[in-house]
Design a protein around this ligand. Sequence first.
Ligand SMILES: *Cc1c(COP(=O)(O)O)cnc(C)c1O
Length: 402
Amino acid sequence: MERELGKPAIAGGIPARDTKIYYGHQYIDEDDVQAVVQVLRYQDLTCGPKIGELERRLCEITGAKYAVACSSDTAALHIACLAAGVAEGDEVITTPITFAASANCALYCGARPVFADIDPETYNIDPEKVAQAVGPKTKAVMAVDYTGQSAKLDELLEICRKNGLTLIEDGAHVIGTRYRGRPNGSIADMTTFSFHPVKTVTGGEGGAVTTNDESLYRKLLLYRSHGITRAEELMENVPDGPWYYEQVALGYNYRLTDIQAALIISQLNKLPMFSRRRKEIVAKYDEAFARLPQLSVQKEIPESDTTRHLYILRLVPEKLTIGRRQFFDALAAENVCCNVHYIPVYYLPYYQKLGYRRGLCPNAEKLYEEIITLPLYYSMTDRDVDSVIEAVTKIAVYYARQ
Ligand SMILES: *Cc1c(COP(=O)(O)O)cnc(C)c1O
């Protein structure tokens, strides 16, 4: 019994919206446009003043001592692993409910990702499962602040301190969130950020690592740019002449352009506004969906004051006559175009070939079967939010199991 796509989900019904809405969209205003144009007209396109300015802004926003701007969060994750000394034969513990990059960065270093299961209510990595996964080869823990809610950083730090591990936080979703009153980005040993267009703040592409540790900071700078030390640092002792530089490690070109940095700085000016609006939308969704037994709302830990990047609608299968796929299609027929975040990383064919098997993390696997990512972005109007709620409610009620 295939229901046709593009037709109203519910027989004879009118779609909740007459135009399509997608799960995420960037917001660019005239200030952003001007910021980019200024760089193009007057400034260095790369390695210029906007990089330092962005790094200082990130330090102000997160409270971290140091920030290193990178070409993407993926690049940031890679250099964070390198700075932590992750190498051939090591293990990095991470969550399966994340984008592949959080685990790929361990593979880049020749290490093996070890997946620890999530908490079934917050959907973030469960510190108890992390503690159980620590072994003699463990080098680092890669926590992810899934949806923007902070991972349990204190518990994770305690495990890391006890076992001599580095805590890296993939904060691709977390900008604007505070954990126990402190902004995420100054708590873990290193926190990485993403400025991809679906994230809360964008530069087209872009990323960063923040840290309070000077020696990690020096390594991050080195790995970002070919492993080559900057001339200024050697000026005292230049053997050949002023052109001299040294490559002391095998680094990469993971630099951000000043064009992107200018856009990110301009976007960061709007972070309080982005954050406020996202919180408003999440509160409206939570209120509407908490009333329906067919749906379950993500639990917030009191320690996290969350700026949500993703809104996860979770279905309660026992209370519905349709599955996630049909619910997803029914939403599309209402012009609410969703997504799903995430397929457990170890389901991906590349990971299956590496020998990871289904069944590793039952909470994560169950979550994946039941979730749909709803539209959530700054420029959604109240009307947009209401029509998403209307569509979800209509489907949940129509397909309720008695
Ligand atoms: C988006 C995302 C990444 C990758 O970020 P890029 O900036 O696109 O490299 C990594 N981890 C998570 C959790 C993400 O959501």
